[in-house]
Design a protein around this ligand. Structure first.
Ligand code: FAD
Ligand code: SF4
Length: 476
């Protein structure tokens, strides 16, 4: 098919499960394009000579090239092009905030409808999910020779480490990934719910592709407890990548926060996702199925917790947010989906106190009314207290999603590791190397809670430098 130059063609919509149906199940909400839809959307791309979309992608996927192949109907070639820089395209196509990255930079954004790059990436990746030949994994015709002497360890198995592992293995390094939990994938498996990112169908398959490149995965190993960084060098590893994320929840620090019925979003989502609490009685992980649920925060984590509570049978779910819906940092699509599913937003409210019911469990929350003031340093209007204006809202399950901090387990065990003033690992911005020679770090443990694609970009940057140091061919 010849690429159309007509920029006013509307974007091809992606079908979703209807809200009334999906709120009763944990199946994926977005259903994906068909080949015909994908080709039609691909034909909207202008094939810019200086494509702004690529600059907007932290792992620099050659976007126009893969879209050109797709527009011609050559899905296999399109997949190979994506795989030259992205080891997790089926994940990225689902959860990346494309509206502020590649699509936010697309030239057609000015007309209001950028090319649906994320949906196209997802379509191409899904088509190849069940193929595992090395050529399809690396974008090269044959599997690389894995040199057992070029041993690299990655600590943590989230997107930062998985990307580093994929890059290094494709260039002949022998990579071992050490993960503290019993399942691999980091936030992709314990945080982001099944209805946004299927675990078996997508995450496990993309990790499986890394196994093709002889990446070894060792679970239930806690860096800083069951082994130290020095142990790894003593075992012959030539370099170490730290990708342990920022999984320590922050709390509100208000009275009543230790009542039965108050959860951190991390614990709530981990019980539901990793512990499969939604699948009772097949899994008997305990969870509170709140009737009147309140969620505190306005990011992706808050949306995921709220939508999960709806699926677990809540009669009402309120997202309590100090600003208005317009200032929420969550992806627009997630906010829209949550509202379609019946989640309500209690705007301009901040929690003052959790109160107990007659049995001593969580019964209500006292909310402080706010109004918007002048913009703060983030550019968003500051929430300002409206003196004397409070409201009590009944709630039997409160989920706190106001951010996370670095988990100290590994960091405390390694005093040579320099941290910044917020407690995250300090790295050389050019290389990703830490204060310990040959030890690199990237992802949330360096930046604080951020995004999948930024973690992947950091994993790739560090891996490039490790590969160069180990004498591998670094061709891009
Ligand atoms: P993580 O994904 O946190 O992985 C770190 C891994 O290291 C974990 O598996 C952990 O168990 C392991 N680990 C920790 N300590 C040790 C140790 N001492 N030894 C061994 N292993 C260890 N981003 C988006 O782009 N889009 C979204 O839609 C989105 N939604 C999100 C929803 C939720 C609920 C959450 C919590 C986050 C979301 N994010 C989203 C953010 C994104 O998931 C993270 O930015 C990203 O996963 C960070 O990747 P990472 O590899 O740095 O760390
Ligand atoms: Fe295509 Fe948009 Fe990239 Fe131009 S900026 S090449 S139109 S996706």
């Amino acid at each position: 098919m010849k690429a159309s130059k007509n920029p006013i063609m509307p974007r091809v919509e992606m079908p979703n499960q209807p809200p009334a149906e999906r709120v009763r199940n944990f199946d994926e909400v977005a259903l994906g394009y068909t080949l015909e839809m994908a080709k039609e959307e691909a034909a909207r791309c202008l094939q810019c000579k200086k494509p702004k979309c690529v600059k907007g992608c932290p792992v620099e996927v050659p976007i126009p090239q893969f879209i050109a192949e797709l527009a011609k109907g050559d899905v296999e070639k399109a997949y190979q092009v994506i795989k030259t820089t992205n080891s997790l395209p089926a994940v990225c196509g689902r959860v990346c905030p494309q509206e502020v990255q590649c699509e936010g930079s697309c030239i057609l954004q000015a007309k209001g409808q950028p090319v649906a790059i994320g949906r196209l990436e997802r379509f191409v990746a899904d088509e190849f999910m069940y193929r595992d030949a090395c050529g399809l994994i690396t974008g090269k015709p044959e599997c690389p020779y894995i040199d057992p002497e070029k041993k690299v360890a990655c600590i943590g198995s989230g997107p930062a480490s998985l990307t580093a592992a994929g890059y290094l293995a494709a260039r002949g390094c022998k990579v071992t990934v050490f993960e503290a939990l019993h399942e691999l994938g980091g936030v992709l498996v314990y945080g982001i719910p099944e209805f946004r990112l299927p675990k078996e169908k997508i995450v496990a398959k993309e990790i499986g592709a890394l196994r093709e490149l002889e990446v070894e995965f060792v679970r239930n190993r806690v860096g800083g407890k069951t082994f130290s960084i020095q142990d790894l060098f003593d075992q012959g590893y030539k370099a170490v990548f730290i990708g342990v994320g920022a999984g320590l929840p922050r709390f509100l620090n208000i009275p009543g926060e230790n009542l039965n019925g108050v959860f951190s979003a991390n614990e709530y989502l981990t019980r539901v996702n990793l512990g499969r609490a939604y699948s009772f009685p097949d899994f008997d992980t305990p969870i509170i199925r709140g009737k009147r649920v309140t969620v505190y925060g306005g990011g992706n984590v808050a949306m995921d917790a709220a939508r999960t509570a709806m699926r677990l049978g809540a009669e009402s779910v309120h997202i309590v947010y100090r600003r208005t819906q317009a200032e929420m940092p969550a992806r627009h699509e997630e906010i829209e989906h949550a509202i379609e599913e019946g989640v309500q937003v209690a705007e301009l409210c901040g929690p003052l106190e959790f109160r107990a019911d007659e049995c001593g469990n969580l019964g209500s929350v006292l909310l402080q009314k706010m109004e918007l003031g002048e913009p703060d340093e983030s550019g968003r209007c500051r929430p300002v207290v409206v003196e004397g204006a409070t409201e009590e809202l009944p709630t039997d399950l409160a989920i706190i999603a106001v951010g996370t901090r670095s988990n100290p387990v590994l960091l405390e065990n390694e005093p040579r590791l320099e941290l910044n003033r917020w407690g995250y690992v300090q790295v050389d911005e050019e290389t990703g190397e830490t204060s310990i020679p040959d030890v690199y770090a990237g992802g949330d443990i360096v930046t604080g809670a951020a995004t999948v694609i930024l973690a992947m970009g950091a994993g790739r940057k560090a891996a490039k430098n490790i590969a160069a140091k180990l004498g591998c061919v670094v061709d891009d």
